[in-house]
Design a binder for this molecule. Structure first.
Ligand code: FAD
Length: 302
C-alpha cells in the first residue's frame, strides 16, 4: 500500500496539514509521537486569533477534536526513526513500530527542549529538574523554583510558576530577555519573582531530589535554594531522521515560501523548518500551505 501523503508529527502544523489533506480527500496517514506537540504543554495562550485567552492543553484538545472528525490511519505513540528515498518518486518512513510508503511527505515534527548540559541535570531529571512547567509546575506548589532561560518559553514558564510557587528565580545567561516585553512587564510586577540577568547556571545540587542551583553572576558564585529547576534553554529541531533534504546549521529544514524542501515531494511545516518565528498560528498556517502544495504536487505527479 502506498499512501498519497504521509504526515510526520501532529502538533499544530501536522494537525492542520491533516485537516486540509482530509478535506482534499487524499489517501493519507499521520504518524506521530503525540497529539498537540508543544501546544499541549504551553501555558496561557493569548495570541491565537479567535481566542483572547486559552490554555495550551485546551487549545491542543480543540485541535485533536478537529483532527479526529476525519477518518484516516493515525499512528499515535509512534516515533519516526528514518526516512528513505525510493527509486520510483516515493518515500519510505521507518518508525519504531513499522514501515510506511508514501508519494509525498509533510515533515511537521517540531522541536524538543535543549538540555543545559550542566552537572546534576541528568541525575535529577524528574527529581526536581523538568522541561515542562505546564506539566510539572503543580508539583512545586508553595516551593522555590528556578527557571533557566530568557526567551518566550522561559518567561511563559516563570509566569505560570509565579502563580503556584512561593518564589521563582528567573536565571538568564544574557544581559536582556529575548522574549516579549509584555511578558517581562508582567514578571517584573510579580512580587515573588527574582530576575537574574547575566547569570550563568553552573551546577544543579541535590541529594535524592534537587536542593539548589549554583549560578555565577558578576564574577560571584551564588547558591539559590530551590526544589525545582525548569530548563527553558531553547529548542532543537526533530529532523535527524531525514538526511536527504537541505538543513541549516541548527538542523532546521530549509523551505521556500511554499513549504517546499530541496527534495521534490517532501514538504515541511512549522517549528522544524527555517521559517522565522516559532508560533502556533504560524505552524498551523504553514501546515495548511504544505497540504495544499502536496495536493498540487500529487495532482501533477506522472
Ligand atoms: C512552554 C511553551 C510555551 C509556548 N507558548 C506559546 C504561545 O503562547 N503562543 C504561541 O503561538 N506559541 C507558543 N509556543 C510555541 C508553539 O507551541 C510552537 O511554535 C508550535 O507548537 C509548533 O508547532 P509544530 O506543529 O511545528 O511543532 P510541535 O508543536 O513541536 O509538534 C511536533 C509534533 O511532532 C511529533 N514528533 C516529533 N518528533 C517525532 C518523531 N521522530 N516521530 C514522530 N513524531 C514526532 C511530536 O510528538 C509532535 O506531535 C510555546 C512553546 C512552548 C514550549
Amino acid at each position: 500500500m502506498i499512501y498519497d501523503l504521509i504526515i510526520l508529527g501532529a502538533g499544530p502544523a501536522g494537525i492542520t496539514a491533516a485537516v486540509y489533506a482530509a478535506r482534499k480527500r487524499l489517501n493519507f496517514m499521520v504518524v506521530t509521537r503525540d497529539i498537540g506537540g508543544q501546544a499541549a504543554i504551553s501555558g496561557d495562550i493569548e495570541n491565537y486569533t479567535g481566542y483572547q485567552f486559552i490554555t495550551g492543553p485546551d487549545l491542543a484538545k480543540k485541535f485533536a477534536d478537529h483532527l479526529k472528525q476525519f477518518s484516516f490511519p493515525l499512528k499515535e505513540g509512534e516515533a519516526v526513526r528514518q526516512v528513505k528515498k525510493l527509486a520510483d518518486k516515493a518515500f519510505k518512513v521507518i518508525t519504531d513500530q513499522g514501515e510506511y510508503e508514501g508519494k509525498a511527505l509533510i515533515v511537521a515534527t517540531g522541536k524538543i527542549p535543549r538540555p543545559l548540559r550542566v552537572p546534576g541535570e541528568a541525575k535529577f531529571k524528574n527529581r526536581g529538574v523538568s522541561y515542562c512547567a505546564t506539566c510539572d509546575g503543580p508539583l512545586f506548589a508553595g516551593k522555590s523554583v528556578a527557571v533557566i532561560g530568557g526567551g518566550n518559553s522561559a518567561l511563559d514558564a516563570a509566569l505560570s510558576l509565579a502563580k503556584i510557587a512561593k518564589q521563582v528565580y528567573l536565571v538568564n545567561i544574557n544581559p536582556r530577555f529575548t522574549g516579549d516585553p509584555i511578558m517581562e512587564e508582567k514578571l517584573r510586577a510579580a512580587d515573588n519573582v527574582v530576575i537574574l540577568n547575566g547569570a550563568n547556571t553552573l551546577k544543579i545540587n541535590g541529594d535524592k531530589f534537587v536542593t539548589g542551583i549554583e549560578v555565577k553572576i558578576g564574577g560571584e558564585t551564588k547558591t539559590l535554594p530551590v526544589q525545582g529547576v525548569f530548563v527553558e534553554a531553547g529548542l532543537t529541531p526533530n529532523s535527524a531522521f531525514i538526511e536527504f533534504v537541505d538543513k541549516n546549521k541548527a538542523g532546521e529544514i530549509e523551505v521556500n515560501c511554499a513549504t517546499e524542501t530541496s527534495e521534490p515531494g517532501v514538504f515541511a511545516a512549522g517549528d522544524v523548518t527555517t521559517v522565522p518565528d516559532k508560533q502556533i498560528i504560524i505552524a498551523a498556517g504553514e501546515g495548511s500551505k504544505a497540504a495544499l502544495r502536496a495536493f498540487r504536487y500529487l495532482a501533477e505527479l506522472k
